[in-house]
Design a protein around this ligand. Structure first.
Ligand SMILES: [Zn+2]
Length: 279
């Protein structure tokens, strides 16, 4: 599964909606051994703290707690962090459980050694720590003017490559970059300087639309509404071009989706909707 911004945003919104302003009553550490316990030292420090908010910066999850402390987490997969009803079955991989006062829902951390980043930090220092300080604009918040000004700084770069550059704009990986460019009718190897203004406007809109659509799908509750874990197939149901090699284009119905290689990287395009305009 490809893990991109919508998946992380879905987890963050679920945690924020369910656990905001709740106080950690109990910390259940389910691993043993000195080395293992050192991995989860942060958890014990959270007892009695209130979760002020859950937020996201790029693909990083930030849980702000009272007393000026924030837990910064970067997941490799969606299965590592789950906000679930307290009576749901515990997984063998669950190593830390944060239980909250007055609420029958808990936060479970699975396979903590597999987090690419998991640390409790001073909230004031979050913006200046290594994974966060180098991040570019947030794609759901950037204005169309800032978006154009930002891209215009790299007129010679290929647009897909630039969209995936986390120091320019965060959270767009190969899958959603293809979706966004398909909707804006731009070829992935088009240079920024060759994209006319109206198309740039469409591109900005497409980013917001594609990401929000995936987030909305990802949040659709299951039948009983109890388990709100991320379901990858829900995100994938929104895809119109990625992974659809050989299938007829859903928009023009005139061409088949092609899988092409640009600088050794795979892209999916409709040759009719996204012609590469030679300049
Ligand atoms: Zn097409």
């Amino acid at each position: 599964m490809i893990f991109e911004l919508p998946e992380v945003e879905t987890i963050v919104r679920n945690v924020d909606r369910n656990l905001k302003n709740q106080v950690v009553q109990e910390v259940d550490v389910r691993i043993q051994g000195r080395k293992a316990l050192a991995l989860v030292k942060w958890a014990l420090a959270l007892k009695g703290k209130k979760l002020m908010q859950a937020r996201r910066r790029g693909a990083h999850i930030i849980l702000d707690f009272s007393d000026g402390q924030s837990l910064l987490a970067n997941l490799e997969t969606d299965k590592q962090l789950a906000c679930v009803p307290s009576n749901s079955v515990l997984s063998e991989q669950t190593q830390v459980v944060l239980k909250f006062q007055n609420i029958q829902r808990e936060l479970r951390f699975n396979d903590v050694s597999k987090f690419s980043f998991l640390k409790l930090l001073d909230s004031r220092s979050i913006e200046s720590v290594a994974p966060i300080k180098n991040l570019g604009h947030e794609p759901l918040q950037i204005s169309v003017k800032d978006f154009q000004d930002t891209l215009a700084k790299w007129p010679q770069r290929q647009v897909k490559n630039l969209l995936m550059d986390q120091s320019v704009i965060v959270g767009i990986g190969a899958m959603y970059a293809d979706e966004v460019l398909f909707r804006a009718k731009i070829h992935p190897s088009e240079k920024v300087k060759d994209i006319p203004f109206p198309r740039m406007d469409k591109l900005h809109h497409a980013i917001y639309h594609v990401l929000e659509l995936a987030i909305t799908h990802g949040q659709t509750p299951l039948t009983d509404g109890a388990d709100e874990r991320v379901k990858p197939e829900r995100f994938q149901s929104t895809l119109q071009v990625y992974g659809r090699e050989g299938q007829v284009c859903v928009r023009c119905k005139k061409a088949s989706i092609q899988k092409i290689k640009i600088s050794q990287k795979i892209s999916y395009v409709c040759p009719y909707c996204q012609p590469l305009r030679e300049k």
